[in-house]
Design a protein around this ligand. Structure first.
Ligand code: RTP
Ligand code: MG
Length: 149
């Protein structure tokens, strides 16, 4: 099964959306295999968003993601990376489809509530940045027989 890295960003935490966001992924059927709250350091932020270094929005992005605690999660399931991205919606919340997380809860590209890895390779890199190997928990759920045929 595929894994992805998803994070409730500082605005999501401040707006009391932690439960709502986790609940959406949980109800979808994605399995939470890692979960923690942390305050991201500038160093970690610059590594996590390294692909955007040099872009005009890089510094504001690092300021934003380090501005308060985040909730980090590892999610596992069929096509977990693309499934989580679909559930989040487009980067700009005003362009994101209604019903998606960003489409429902966001107004501004720089306050888009949630992060999700954009590829399987990014997911592996980001999961390794945010979780030590022992912090990803492998376990079985009885309900899996009702989620997957
Ligand atoms: P994320 O990495 O946070 O899940 O978002 P994403 O893949 O949908 O978008 P990405 O292109 O990776 O951009 C990372 C974050 O940078 C901010 N951004 N601002 N002002 C702008 O043009 C702009 N473009 C991107 C957003 O907060 C975006 O989530
Ligand atoms: Mg991205």
């Amino acid at each position: 099964m595929e894994r992805t890295y998803v994070m409730v960003k500082p605005d999501g935490v401040q707006r009391n959306l932690i439960g709502e966001i986790i609940s959406r992924f949980e109800k979808k059927g994605l399995k939470i295999v890692g979960l923690k709250m942390l305050h991201i350091s500038r160093e970690l932020a610059e590594r996590h968003y390294g692909e955007h270094r040099g872009k005009p929005f890089f510094e504001p992005l690092v300021d934003y993601i380090t501005s308060g605690p985040v909730v980090a999660m590892a999610l596992e399931g069929k096509d977990a990376v693309s499934t989580a991205r679909e559930m989040m919606g487009a980067t700009n919340p005003l362009k994101a489809a209604q019903g998606t997380i960003r489409g429902t809860f966001g107004m501004d590209i720089g306050r888009n509530v949630v992060h999700g890895s954009d590829s399987v390779e990014s997911a592996a890199r980001e999961l390794a940045l945010f979780f030590a190997p022992g912090e990803i928990i492998e376990y079985k759920r009885d309900i899996d027989n009702w989620i997957y045929e």
